[in-house]
Design a protein around this ligand. Structure first.
Ligand SMILES: Nc1nc2c(c(=O)[nH]1)N[C@H]1C(S)=C(S)[C@@H](COP(=O)(O)OP(=O)(O)OC[C@H]3O[C@@H](n4cnc5c(=O)[nH]c(N)nc54)[C@H](O)[C@@H]3O)O[C@H]1N2
Ligand SMILES: Nc1nc2c(c(=O)[nH]1)N[C@H]1C(S)=C(S)[C@@H](COP(=O)(O)OP(=O)(O)OC[C@H]3O[C@@H](n4cnc5c(=O)[nH]c(N)nc54)[C@H](O)[C@@H]3O)O[C@H]1N2
Ligand code: SF4
Ligand SMILES: [Mo]
Length: 683
């Protein structure tokens, strides 16, 4: 008899984890729709999510484990692949120690709890501390910095009275926020856009500020200056909950709007107007770009400045501001860091260790220089570092020197092509998992069980199966005690208060794991002083400015040298998001390719004229690290003198051929990808 059922599960094609309904007929997923009751997407799906079945049933899916022999790939069995990989790894461990094995998880790999937990288990069992991921390029910096300031991680609440989109473009990157924004604008909420590109949302904004890339910290300081000069701050909140305001007052005195105008390109009057609007609105939120600010020379200090702005205006734990959302507690199998601390812990100690709270992540910009002396093998699970990490040339050269590169993925990515072994992974419809509304940007404490809707396609294995088998072959199967994937996911869910069976049978649509609270009880801020630290002794001890500060981009006209600047006269920002793709993924999906067929480099009309470029021309963009070929899009929305290059495209359109692994933010070691320098010309 024909079997037809509907499964409620999440879309995992990006970290928003929208709720979906999947119709399964005779073991095949036939249809995907949005789940109306899900608080994140309320029944909607973006073009990626709507075409998810084309990804899952793509003919390009990897079918069988592959081994590279004399430069070409040959199909082998899982048994052979795992036996050989385990033997090689144990040999390397014996010869050089366990730390020479590095792990890399991409965005999918760290935002899916069960994936990162399993990879950390293998890392810990093997004894290596070296886990790298998008953690040291994406939002971990803002998490660290807000923790440093608040002792916890408050997040932007999606229903706000004033949205300050500060290097954040929900139309492309934040599908859920787009709808919260539209709803609240109708109700009278205000909108400010701070961006070198007048993104379409700016047309509906109360203010649009065209900022020079990488100078956001200067704008934030000038806003503090106005808020203090004009007595617009929340005195009571400051007195009750913060520490160091008295030192902030003289510190920002010199950071006048006129000072910032010269740096940021934003008229001083606009800065004053923005400061007044922000301080005058209760329930105002700075919607900080999810990685935009992190990837600048002033990254940590930018995040500090935004935190301080929220605090001195009393926009903490009020509806519409930043909320110290309850974080879910997941099953913790107990990891050890193994043979020492991860790479980067000495150079960038605050990324790694904050008051003894250790973040088990290495600093990914250090990877190329660490191969082959410190790192000799890499296991990549759910990531495409040769395209997604900065300075693809540096990564490619380094990865070519590895004794062993293993990639577990659904597709033959550029990283997989460089691997010794490529292992086929299951898609999210083929495995069990924890689907949670990732708490990085929005405070919506919701959880769902990700259900296995269909059997694994071909020979693809889930992370659970792959890593459990690996552990068995390397002699630490006791670290993976679960008899099935379901059991493992049940273990992860146990402490959340929403057990596996409950989410499977009673709440297949998902449920809230906590209630949002707007109070600020004593002891909430777990900093050394118990207060929100406007003045940070922690930063001071580490040798950095304890008050929010501004540092010019390393390569820009102020800090860079003249010859360099003559050669690369334009400001380069790499990595604006694209609604149709997640990073390097989904390029082969024809419905998406039709909507967005190629990489576009965006420049303003004056800039185009200066370099004799017309809309649609094929152009070369060059930096000190490499060159890309792309089609020019001449658009008056883009600030003159700024070149916007997307990331995620492969081959000679890979934006990360231009970025530089050695151009780093000084406190946490992040790559600057938003304020580099480049030259352009017609191809
Ligand atoms: N220049 C520049 N570079 C950037 C950025 C930028 O702004 N500018 N942004 C950075 C940021 S913030 C991030 S988060 C990174 C993202 O970096 P990555 O996460 O490395 O990039 P993706 O292309 O998403 O790679 C994910 C890979 O996982 C595979 N995959 C998907 N699902 C599964 C699964 O279930 N299991 C397994 N095993 N594999 C799976 C996909 O096929 C894909 O190859 O990119 C960074 N790169
Ligand atoms: N469709 C899709 N959505 C995604 C992703 C994806 O790959 N595809 N990736 C996800 C991930 S992992 C992340 S981290 C987030 C990233 O999300 P965000 O970091 O918020 O990135 P965007 O939304 O692209 O917004 C970046 C905006 O900042 C502007 N900008 C560039 N440089 C500067 C600057 O120096 N200052 C200011 N003020 N603005 C600047 C750009 O013009 C652009 O409009 O997106 C997530 N969402
Ligand atoms: S925003 Fe799109 S890709 Fe991301 S989870 Fe939602 S539907 Fe999927
Ligand atoms: Mo990210």
């Amino acid at each position: 008899m024909a079997e037809k059922r509907e499964v409620l599960t999440d879309c995992t094609l990006c970290y928003h984890s929208c709720g979906t309904r999947v119709t399964v007929e005779n073991g095949k997923a036939m249809n995907i729709r949005g789940l109306e009751s899900h608080p994140i997407n309320k029944g909607r799906l973006c073009p990626k999510g709507a075409n998810a079945l084309d990804v899952i049933y793509s003919p390009d899916r990897l079918k069988q484990p592959l081994k590279r022999i004399n430069g070409s790939f040959e199909e082998i069995s899982w048994d052979q692949a795992l036996d050989e990989i385990a033997e090689k790894l144990l040999g390397l461990k014996e010869a050089y120690g366990p730390q020479v094995l590095g792990f890399f998880c991409g965005s999918i790999g760290v935002e899916n709890l069960e994936m990162s937990t399993l990879v950390h288990l293998l890392r810990s069992g093997f004894g290596s501390p070296n886990f790298f991921s998008v953690e040291s390029i994406c939002y971990r910096m803002r998490i660290r910095t807000r923790q440093m300031t608040f002792g916890r991680y408050p997040t932007e609440e999606p229903d706000s009275n004033l949205y300050i989109l500060w290097g954040h473009n929900p139309d492309q990157s934040d599908f859920p926020l787009k709808f919260f924004l539209a709803k609240n604008l109708k109700k009278g909420a205000k909108l400010v856009v701070i961006d070198p590109k007048r993104i379409p949302l700016a047309d509906r904004a109360d203010m649009y500020l065209r900022i020079r890339p990488g100078t956001d910290g200067a704008l934030a300081l000038a806003m503090m200056n106005v808020i203090i000069e004009e007595d617009l701050y929340d005195r009571e909140f400051i007195e009750t909950h913060t520490r160091g305001f008295d030192r902030l007052v003289p510190h920002v005195q010199k950071h006048t709007p006129e000072w910032a105008e010269e740096i940021t390109w934003i008229p001083a009057d606009d800065i004053r107007k923005l400061a007044r609007l922000f301080a005058g609105t209760k329930g105002a939120g700075i919607f900080q770009g999810t990685c935009t600010q992190d990837q600048t020379a002033n990254g940590t200090q930018n995040s500090r400045a935004f935190s301080v702005l929220q605090a001195i205006t009393g926009n903490i734990n009020v509806p519409g501001g930043w909320v110290t959302s309850p974080a879910p507690r997941f099953g913790n199998p107990g990891f050890s860091l193994g043979g020492g601390d991860p790479l980067g812990s000495e150079q960038y100690p605050l990324f790694f260790n904050l008051w003894g709270r250790k973040a088990p992540y290495g600093v990914v910009t250090l990877v190329p220089e660490s191969i082959p002396q410190k790192l000799k093998a890499f296991l990549v699970v759910g990531g495409n570092p040769l395209v997604s990490m900065p300075d693809s040339n540096a990564f490619k050269e380094a990865f070519a020197k590895l004794d062993l590169l293993v990639v577990h993925d659904l597709f033959m990515t550029e990283t997989a092509k460089a691997a010794h072994y490529v292992l086929p992974a299951c898609s999210h419809l083929e495995k069990w998992g924890v689907a949670y509304t990732y708490n990085v940007c929005h405070c919506i404490p919701y959880l769902m069980l990700r259900k296995r809707c269909i059997e694994p396609l071909n020979e693809s294995w889930s992370e659970w199966r792959f890593l459990t088998e690996m552990a068995g072959r390397m002699g630490f199967e006791d670290k993976f005690p679960w008899k099935s994937e379901e059991q493992f996911v049940a273990f992860m869910l146990e402490p959340t208060g929403l057990p596996f069976d409950y989410l499977l049978n009673e709440k297949p649509q998902g449920d809230f794991y906590a209630e949002k609270k707007y109070s600020t009880p004593q002891g909430l801020f777990r900093t050394p002083s118990g207060k929100i630290e406007i003045y940070s002794d922690t930063l001071e001890k580490a040798g950095f400015d304890p008050l929010p500060a501004y540092l010019e981009p390393e390569r820009g006209p102020v800090r860079g040298n003249e010859t360099f600047h003559e050669k690369y006269p334009l400001i380069l920002s790499v990595g604006n998001r694209n609604l149709y793709y997640t990073h390097s993924q989904h390029r082969g999906i024809s419905a998406l390719e039709k909507m967005c067929p190629e990489a576009l480099c965006e420049i303003g009309p004056e800039t185009a004229k200066r370099f004799a470029i017309e809309d649609g021309d094929k152009i070369l963009v060059e930096s000190n690290r490499g060159r890309v070929t792309m089609k020019a899009r001449v658009d008056e929305r883009v600030a003159e003198g700024v070149v916007l290059v997307p990331h995620g495209w492969g081959g000679d359109a890979n934006g990360n051929l231009l970025t530089d692994v050695n151009c780093r933010e000084p406190i946490m070691g992040y790559p600057d990808q938003k304020s580099l320098q480049c030259a352009i010309r017609k191809a």
